[in-house]
Design a protein around this ligand. Sequence first.
Ligand SMILES: C[S@@+](CC[C@H](N)C(=O)[O-])C[C@H]1O[C@@H](n2cnc3c(N)ncnc32)[C@H](O)[C@@H]1O
Length: 385
Amino acid sequence: MNAKPDIEHFLANCQESVENDTFIKLTLSKPTGEEPDLKNVYVRPVEIRSQPMLSFTLRYATKDITKNYSIEEAIGIVSLWLGNTFLNADLLTTTADFTLVFNKKRRAKLLRKKASQQELPEKTHNRAKRQFVNPQSAFLNQLGITNQKGEVLKNSQRKFRQINKFIEIIDSLLPEKTKKNKFKIVDVGSGKGYLTFALYDFLKNTKHWQPEIYGIELRKPLVDFCNALAIESEFKNLHFVAKDINDFEVEKLDMLIALHACDFATDIAIAKGIQSNAEIIVVAPCCHKQIRKEINCHSEMNAILKHGILEERQAELITDGIRALLMEANGYKTKVFEFISTEHTSKNLMIVGIKSKPNPEALQKVESIKTAFGIGVHYLEKLLS
Ligand SMILES: C[S@@+](CC[C@H](N)C(=O)[O-])C[C@H]1O[C@@H](n2cnc3c(N)ncnc32)[C@H](O)[C@@H]1O
């Protein structure tokens, strides 16, 4: 039996559904390993400059890459992948669901089922531009981000984009549903509370969950301001506490976040997250002084690290790389990525940890890196010992 017609039918269904506007999504899975680390590909329809296109999200082990293609290009790429890079393809349209499966001999079989979904995705909204934070929210005006009419102030545009991006990332990390009554979060070094308020509002008013959020912040005037604003906003389970994160008593958390907590305050935050058995840890480190002072390299790297700026960047890489490894050793799957363009801020690295199994090998890797750079101790390691 020739299996090719099944592949051709599947591709024709893809093409027709995009042209007829019935295409919901296409997922390519069961990788053959032909392209290393590529786990799956998710395709959705988008409209770019009024043209229908297909947006591909290529999910690798440690990063996602998004690329947009014309329909013709997209079909060409998918046809090359089918049976070579992926052994399973699911196409959802509003009229039917199609699955193309390949057996061990890479023979294809097309299956057709009743449509499981009817709703077409939003195409005009490029997801990256979707607003997760409503500028009309009263708290944004009180925080000095918007004017009385709910328009983002000119000099707060970057901050608003950063808040929006942050909520978008958090949303992508959250479980589909939470059965629990409360979703407990601690925000370490909450500052003026921009992100804390936005996150509470998003969970409560967009997702209709029951968040319970605590902002921990050293500066009492900021804490008093934020508590008064939480009451005014009727955010009943949003509280701010004036204390040093070192004094935070560990308790079970769903999520711990720390954005731009200075130097080793980020390490304390990660340690508290691990000790609190938090399901999700999200940190965006700030300055990195501790490891820079520790580096004592007697290798060929000296020729490079004699330049202050390069030593500074190397120290950042080592600091955050070891943070991620220590999180892995302590039972978290990690992702490290830039969360906002460097044009907005240079402090744009994000480390995300999702509760998983401990990886003891990660500790050996930490040791090798420390030896290579003559580092005595990483502050997070000390906190976890
Ligand atoms: C750069 S601000 C970031 C504020 C907020 N997370 C944001 O991204 O808008 C860092 C905040 O962390 C607070 N902080 C630094 N060390 C801390 C510690 N050990 N315990 C609690 N808060 C701390 C500082 O007072 C400051 O408000």
